[in-house]
Design a binder for this molecule. Structure first.
Ligand SMILES: *Cc1c(COP(=O)(O)O)cnc(C)c1O
Length: 411
């Protein structure tokens, strides 16, 4: 405790108003349960937006945090440190990549990826190869470069002039990609599943077509796995189940299970275009974050854990199908692993947020992905009892909204 008493109203009084947080303030979490300042308990189906993949206060992570916290937090990048080297070695062993750059967020990892792609194209091909191809509805972060590359114009409007040389194409449109990717293309950036854009999986054939077009024109293929990475789809990284290997992969969100860390992974040939001083960060790759991420990757890459994601995914999808049928509510249930979207039928268009509000009243933390999609991103290790309790609360919340809507229509 300190001398300031705070509550939800304090947010409106002292914070820059870019967010509109829920009416309750979470104060404590354990596994997939969270308690608010009034002592109310919630089941967490949000995982902090696909971040707390191992749940809250995971004992192993708490132990690593405490031990590293008592050992060394920060030395700057004028020195290297053992935790970051161990983390890089582990990622090298487990992925296509043999080089890593660490940052503090997904946006920063993508910023590094895009800058690296521009630099590599300049050095290999000269000043004309600058075009970055990305996709409608995609989300890559909120720096000016990443928000401009992202495919949701509402996030980039009002900050102009924006960086030049960015082209947006429809997602999953193979013909448009083949037509557009050419000699001027420096990089293509794609989410294997669009998370913020509505939980929309890429067709495997689309990803293969991007790979082929990039190879044909010596453009770099960047997979933004900030949301899909670190076990979320039942694979350590989603690319591993697509038959397509990117040139650069970005990771963040679950990588630190809530401790801010991001990573850009690539090959040594490409990494060679970032020379000393060309890019950098103060906090990126600090010992505290790296030690935690190393433990996260160690735990999540275990085959038994990834099998558990697939098992829970099957349960979640089956339950959503039956809830959807009972209320005639869902147009489509899609996604992979524990990144699942349930799109509302036309009659409930634009009302995803109402379900989130009703869920909170029923003791369930839930996400949306755009106005029409309920998004499920629970902990990858949520235990069966918590999972069942969360699904029961979901059904109760849905019943409430649907019944109220029927009542409103009858009146
Ligand atoms: C969340 C997200 C980002 C941005 O990550 P931040 O840590 O918020 O900067 C980028 N790309 C994707 C796919 C994301 O889901």
């Amino acid at each position: 405790m300190n001398e300031f008493a705070v509550n939800r109203q304090t947010f409106d009084d002292v914070m820059v108003p870019v967010f509109s947080p829920a009416p309750f303030v979470p104060v404590r979490g354990r596994g997939s349960r969270v308690w608010d300042a009034d002592g109310r308990e919630y089941i967490d189906f949000t995982g902090g937006i696909a971040v707390t993949a191992l749940g809250h206060a995971h004992p192993e992570l708490v132990r690593v945090l405490r031990e590293q916290g008592e050992t060394l937090w920060h030395v700057s990048n004028a020195y290297t440190n053992e935790p970051v080297l161990r983390l890089a070695k582990r990622l090298e062993a487990l992925t296509f990549a043999d080089r890593a750059f660490f940052a503090n967020s997904g946006a920063e990892a993508n910023e590094a990826a895009l800058k690296l792609a521009r630099r590599a194209a300049l050095e290999r091909h000269g000043t004309d190869k600058i075009e970055i191809v990305s996709f409608a509805q995609s989300f890559h972060g909120r720096t000016l470069f990443t928000v401009s590359v992202g495919g949701q114009p509402k996030y980039a409007e009002g900050f102009g002039p924006v960086p030049a040389g960015i082209v947006h194409l429809p997602y999953n449109d193979i013909d448009a990609a083949r037509r557009t990717i050419g000699p001027k293309t420096c990089a293509v950036i794609v989410e294997p599943i669009q998370g913020e854009g509505g939980v929309i999986p890429a067709d495997p054939a689309f990803l293969r077509a991007l790979r082929e077009a990039c190879d044909a024109h010596d453009a770099l293929l960047i997979f933004d796995e900030v949301q899909t990475g670190v076990g979320r789809t039942g694979h350590l990284y989603a690319y591993m189940d697509t038959g397509v290997t990117p040139d650069i992969l970005t990771s963040a969100k679950a990588l630190g299970n809530g401790f801010p860390i991001g990573a850009m992974l690539t090959t040594s040939d490409i990494a060679a275009h970032f020379k000393v001083g060309v890019h950098g960060t103060t906090y990126g790759g600090n010992p505290l974050g790296a030690a935690i991420a190393d433990k996260v990757i160690e735990l999540i890459s275990a085959p038994a854990l990834l099998d558990g994601v697939k098992r829970r995914s099957a349960t979640l999808c089956a339950r959503l199908e039956s809830i959807g049928q009972r209320f005639g509510l869902f147009k489509e249930i899609r996604g992979k692993g524990l990144l699942i979207g349930a799109e509302l039928i036309t009659g409930f268009e634009g009302r995803a947020k109402d379900f989130v509000n009703a869920a909170a009243k029923a003791g369930l933390m839930l996400l949306i992905a755009g106005p029409n999609v309920l998004r499920f991103a629970p902990s990858l290790v949520i235990d069966d009892a918590e999972f069942e309790e969360g699904l029961a609360r979901l059904e109760k919340a849905i019943e409430e909204v649907v019944t109220a809507a029927a009542g409103a229509q009858a009146r």
